[in-house]
Design a protein around this ligand. Sequence first.
Ligand code: FE
Length: 205
Amino acid sequence: MDKKAMYHLTYGLFVLTARLGEKDNGCIINTAGQVTSTPNRISITVNKDNLTHDLVKESGKFNISILSEDADFEIFKHFGFQSGRTADKFDGYHACKRSENGLYYITEGTNAYISATVEQTIDLGSHTMFIASVDDMEVLSSVPSASYAYYQSSIKPKPEEKASTGKTVWRCTVCGYIYEGEELPADFICPLCKHPASDFEKATL
Ligand code: FE
């Protein structure tokens, strides 16, 4: 079995937004797709650790804003590398508007948004899958959607080019964070993007 086959699956990238009471939040997901066309339904899968997960589960409503190739790394840092439990991600954030359902969608670095209402919830252990009917949607730009591969090759900052020192490091493949050391602890969590040790690759600086 070659586990690298999984890398050949293609994924888009999305800002998932939800609102409960007066609390708005958003996070980055790569797991949205259309599952039926008549009626029009989409699915999303969200890690239970995300505050947005709880907002979707409690409110039964969400928006996804589809990230496009003109999205800059700041959007990923803003919605992906901090938690809504400790920061209000919409405090002072201007690249957003409310759609008809009252939820935010993201207006820059995105090419469309979709508003949906949850129909089914499937418990997958670490994650919940939500199957939802589409209520509304708008196209925002004609810039192509950003795939996960495009994020890796063209949005994520490149490792700095320096004269080789021969030093062994571990690089987070999600955000580029560098851990200095010969061995990466198995329980290491990236301090920037919170991904586990399995998302790090060995590199030589
Ligand atoms: Fe990281």
